[in-house]
Design a protein around this ligand. Structure first.
Ligand code: SDX
Length: 429
């Protein structure tokens, strides 16, 4: 029998709180009326036990290492479909028919160009600006160009803005990369698929034709699928909170990019590769494992651990396979960083500390090795994460906008500061 209420006893008060159950996963205690009935708040700074919303998009079972996009296992989507198919699924809730897929591919492909005046922003940046800083700026600035798709109450405008975001992120990301290496921007080509188009915009040059390596294009397409959405992670929650105030979609995605940049979140792939480089050789691994376990050392194994996954991140297994595919294709299967990563994983998975704290490799552990082998500099890794996650941010933002329960997000607090006191004249301080 499903529980329908929870009783909370608070001193001489006792309240009954409704319990809601979902399709799968933990039930929730609806505390919406707790404050009005008891005068107290709940307290959960990292939201470890707090559901911020109801959603139908993505489901994670952290104990079983399960990730579903609209009910479909990530392993099946990554092995059998392409990124734009997963985009369609995340946005509209069902796998597309052949005709729907062809229409969606056509639509996204023909929105990949950005307003040519966008290129003038880049001249304002230093060449060594971190590309994530450029992405935050340029994505937010899209609102200055697309006035016909910023009215969040118009479903048609929401639709246009969604397609524009998904389509233009790779173009802006490639422009940020080209600017950092002093090469001219390469325009998108409509006869190339999404990942192939991005590779050509990044690595093509006007001086010669660029031949897309199908193994690398397929690997990058799979990497995009693996990063597309992940429930209410920090950057998605940022997008939802920004959107709850009625901000336009470009501003909300820019906020999500800013949050993703952090090394505890999307910045971990860049940090993980730097960590592997710092470890350098397999012999140095025990020293770094000891540092990760040392309470007095702030060092953490980047690419390990997760707020939800207390078992292997299913994406990490697929990322490891992708890493092997790419390194084999490029003749780099003896990459010393891969040897360090594989040995570090082997040791950590047998170490009492990591077992007890349920720390497993996450998606960021192998992505850095793969992207570096493909020719991307480390400061572009989180940019690629943002390109892929844009569809997840947009799908969650659209769901929030039409949710009848949604209202501006405004958490309360536990105040532990000074009680009221009167102003003290300077002479008395
Ligand atoms: C992503 O939320 C998402 O879904 C995110 C993401 C997505 O797709 O959107 O999956 C993408 O962000 C993946 C995570 C990438 N981050 C990293 O790889 C950075 C390294 N990992 C950690 O910083 C940490 O594991 C977090 C931030 C990912 C999770 O932190 P939690 O859940 O808040 O756990 P915690 O920090 O409270 O750690 C629990 C314990 C602590 O020890 P105690 O205080 O209990 O003694 O585990 C330890 C931590 O010290 N610990 C680690 C560790 N991660 C946690 N010790 C060593 N190395 C680590 N990596």
């Amino acid at each position: 029998m499903s529980v329908t209420t929870a009783s909370l006893k608070l001193g001489d008060k006792s309240v009954e709180l409704p319990v809601k159950t979902g399709t799968i996963g933990p039930a929730v205690v609806d505390i919406g009326k707790l404050y009005s009935q008891t005068g107290v708040f709940t307290y959960d700074p990292g939201f470890s036990s707090t559901a911020s919303t109801e959603s139908k998009i993505t489901y994670i079972d952290g104990d079983e290492g399960i990730l579903l996009y609209r009910g479909y296992p990530i392993e099946q989507l990554a092995e059998r479909g392409d990124f734009l198919e997963s985009c369609y699924l995340l946005l509209y809730g069902e796998l597309p028919t052949a005709a729907q897929k062809a229409d969606f591919d056509y639509l996204v492909t023909r929105h990949t160009m950005v307003h040519d005046q966008m290129s003038r922003f880049f001249n304002g940046f230093r060449r060594d600006a971190h590309p994530m800083s450029i992405m935050v700026a340029c994505v937010g600035a899209l609102a200055a160009f697309y006035h016909d798709s910023i009215d969040i109450n118009d479903p048609r405008q929401r639709e246009i803005a969604s397609v524009r975001m998904i389509a233009k992120m790779p173009t802006l990301a490639a422009m940020a990369f080209k600017y950092s290496i002093g090469q001219p921007f390469v325009y998108p080509k409509n006869d190339l698929a999404y990942a192939a188009n991005f590779l050509r915009m990044c690595f093509g040059v006007p001086a010669e034709d660029y031949k897309v390596n199908p193994v690398l294009a397929h690997a990058l397409d799979r990497i995009f699928i693996l990063h597309a959405d992940h429930e209410q992670n920090a950057s998605t929650s940022t997008v939802r909170l920004a959107g709850s105030s009625g901000a336009n979609p470009f501003a909300c995605i820019a906020a999500g990019i800013a949050c993703l940049w952090g090394p505890a979140h999307g910045g971990a792939n860049e940090a993980a590769l730097k960590m592997l480089g710092e470890i350098g050789t397999v012999d140095n691994i025990p020293k770094y494992i000891a540092r990760a376990k040392d309470k007095n050392d702030s060092f953490r194994l980047m690419g390990f651990g997760h707020r939800v996954y207390k078992h292997y991140d299913p994406r990490a297994k697929l990322m490891q396979k992708t890493a092997h595919d790419v390194l084999n294709e490029l003749g780099l299967k003896d990459d010393p960083l891969l040897a360090v990563a594989l040995e570090l994983e082997r040791i950590a998975l047998h170490d009492e500390y990591f077992i007890e704290k349920k720390l497993y490799p996450n998606i960021d552990f192998y992505s850095g090795i793969t992207l570096k082998a493909m020719g991307f500099p480390t400061d572009m890794f989180t940019v690629l994460f943002a390109v892929a996650r844009t569809v997840g941010w947009i799908a969650q933002w659209k769901e929030m906008i039409v949710d009848p329960a949604q209202k501006i997000g405004r958490p309360r607090q536990l105040y532990t500061g000074s009680p009221r006191r009167d102003y003290k004249p300077m002479a008395d301080r």
